[in-house]
Design a protein around this ligand. Structure first.
Ligand SMILES: Nc1ncnc2c1ncn2[C@@H]1O[C@H](COP(=O)(O)OP(=O)(O)OP(=O)(O)O)[C@@H](O)[C@H]1O
Length: 253
């Protein structure tokens, strides 16, 4: 079943420069997709469109069969609950003046989700491998990896069906990165994941499918292992050539 359908989407921040050019992409329920491309290829821009933060100049994006329409407030409120995002920098993405509880409960408040917030926040903390008691503390008391867990807890607390991760492990050291990739892999069993990354090794470990973006165009897409073992497009071949010793033996879990 298709959760997100991107059809022939083009977009530019200004009329004279196209950033995304005729992009089409389906995200199925339970999919894990790695979106890979050099800096400036348009990955973050595509995420912004997928979140409804910008509108395509042409083409459509639909979620669960319904067209994404930022002017439809009721639809967007429901959509925001279902599609959440984790960003790269775990230092700037958490407000230092708020407790961990307040940070993680924020989507519950802003999306007007009822229920026992203390329990929902505690459950989210446990789901990301943190103790429920940390809710009373502040961000400065945590390491980069722990902060990224907190950012992930905030993203999953409303129970999204789609998690978008924008270079979510790029700022972390290697050991911490592996742990957060393991966490995302576990969480992706319950939701679809679109994982934006420069790091093809991480995508190989985490994502069943890979989409390669060059200058706003999808030049290759398919099963990750197949694409990485036999890249068809010269751009993919160049990207892979710049990864010296990529291990393709690890199966995405
Ligand atoms: N708000 C904006 N206004 C104008 N141009 C922008 C804006 N945001 C991004 N761009 C331009 O759009 C192009 C694509 O940027 P985008 O951030 O989507 O690429 P990216 O693939 O995510 O790059 P990176 O990996 O460096 O984050 C770049 O040339 C960038 O300068």
């Amino acid at each position: 079943m298709t959760l997100v359908r991107v059809q022939n989407v083009s977009f530019g921040y200004s009329a004279d420069r196209r950033i995304l050019d005729d992009v089409s992409l389906d995200i199925a329920v339970g999919d894990t997709i790695g979106l890979v491309g050099e800096s400036g290829s348009g990955k973050t821009t595509l995420l912004r469109l997928l979140l409804g933060l910008a509108r395509p100049d042409s083409g459509t994006i639909s979620f669960d069969g319904q067209k994404l329409d930022p002017s439809n407030r009721a639809f967007m409120r429901d959509f925001r609950r279902q599609a959440q995002v984790v960003y790269q920098d775990p230092y700037s993405s958490l407000d230092p003046r708020q407790t961990i509880f307040s940070i993680i409960a924020e989507p519950l408040r802003s999306l007007k989700i009822g229920g026992d917030h203390a329990k929902l926040v505690g459950d989210a903390l446990e789901a990301v491998g943190l103790d429920r008691d940390v809710a009373a503390r502040y961000p400065h008391q945590f390491s980069g990896g722990q902060r990224q867990r907190i950012a992930i807890a905030r993203a999953i607390v409303p129970g999204p069906r789609l998690l978008l991760a924008d270079e979510a492990v790029s700022a972390l050291d290697l050991t911490t990165r592996t742990r957060i990739v393991d966490l995302l892999s576990r969480l992706s069993q319950d939701m679809s994941l679109l994982f934006v990354s420069h790091d093809i090794g991480v995508v190989a470990a985490l994502c069943r499918r890979i989409v390669i973006l060059e200058k706003g165009r999808i030049v290759e897409a398919g099963d990750t292992r197949q694409v990485l073992a036999q890249p068809q497009h010269p751009y993919t071949q160049r990207l892979l050539a710049s990864v010296p010793r990529l291990s393709l033996t690890q199966e995405p879990s």
